[in-house]
Design a protein around this ligand. Structure first.
Ligand SMILES: O=c1ccn([C@@H]2O[C@H](COP(=O)(O)O)[C@@H](O)[C@H]2O)c(=O)[nH]1
Length: 266
């Protein structure tokens, strides 16, 4: 992020975007869309975040497109954050860890998103695998969608919200790490007020900028003193400018400029 700027761009091949780009909503369209985004952005943005669901919908052929995109983006110097939001009992988490965090896997990525709502401890195999491979994980804390509050803001007997409990676990994982630990939190940029302590000594992925209505100007108010650790993420807000590669780059650059203007040297 120091050398490439502050932005994460999502690769979300929505059927409607494929159509808007003049592509067919099929495997050929998916392949062309993905190749265009990777070629346009992987040599300049800090992080590319493929949304696994949009590839999985095409079965094994979609997964093959995803594998190629991950390898090409990484070899062009971008960090790849696989947005798969995996979460399951510990023994199954071991298989997810092998999928995304084992360097021998075809889907090996620099980081993966995880859901802790089967209990934070169930994520242990992925936390350990990330540490071993020198990768990261981003754990859902407060998601950008309004429905998330029903679960994440629910409070336990001690009055703490579930999100606060998860953020506490994340902070414990990162204790003592310098400059930051490898366990990040997902905190939606749309939230307005987090209402919890975001000082987890790890990166804070902030999706929701662009199509979901948040802007880079929202980041300082939401993240306060932790704003310097934020990885702002935009998908459709950039992708809707395609298929022209120059227009995609221009859109990503404008968002990056807006983030710099809002966050400054924080
Ligand atoms: O809280 C969350 C966690 C993940 N996402 C994902 O980010 C992108 C957002 O896409 P936009 O087009 O920029 O709205 C998408 O892949 C979501 O699954 C999120 O939005 N909120």
């Amino acid at each position: 992020m120091d050398t490439r700027g502050p932005l994460c761009v999502g690769i979300d091949p929505h059927g409607s975007l494929l159509t808007d780009w003049g592509l067919t909503d099929d495997i050929a369209g998916l392949e062309r869309f993905t190749r265009t985004v990777v070629e346009a952005l992987a040599d300049r943005v800090a992080v590319l975040k493929p949304q696994s669901a949009f590839f999985e919908r095409f079965g094994s052929r979609g997964t093959a497109v995803l594998e190629k995109a991950v390898a090409e983006a990484r070899s062009a110097g971008a960090l790849v954050l696989m947005d798969a939001k995996r979460g399951d009992i510990g023994s199954t988490m071991g298989a997810y860890a092998a999928t995304y965090l084992d360097p021998a896997s075809p889907l090996f990525s620099d980081a993966v998103t995880l859901s802790p709502y089967l209990g934070f401890g169930s994520l242990r195999p992925a936390l350990d695998a990330a540490r071993t491979a020198g990768c990261g994980v981003f754990v859902l804390a407060l998601t950008s969608n309004p429905e998330g509050a029903e679960v994440q803001r629910a409070t336990g007997a001690d009055g703490r919200s579930l999100a606060a409990v998860m953020l506490g676990h994340i902070a414990a994982e990162n204790a003592g790490a310098e400059p930051l630990g490898a366990v990040g939190a997902v905190v939606g940029a749309t939230l307005g007020d987090a209402g919890v302590d975001l000082a987890v000594n790890g990166p804070l992925l902030a999706p929701g900028i662009g199509a979901q209505g948040a802007t880079p100007a929202d980041l300082p108010g939401l993240f306060g003193a932790s704003v310097g650790n934020v990885v702002p993420s935009v998908s459709r807000g950039v992708l809707r400018h395609g298929p022209d590669a120059g227009a995609l780059r221009g859109a990503a650059e404008r968002f990056a400029d807006e983030v710099r203007a809002a966050v400054g040297g924080a």
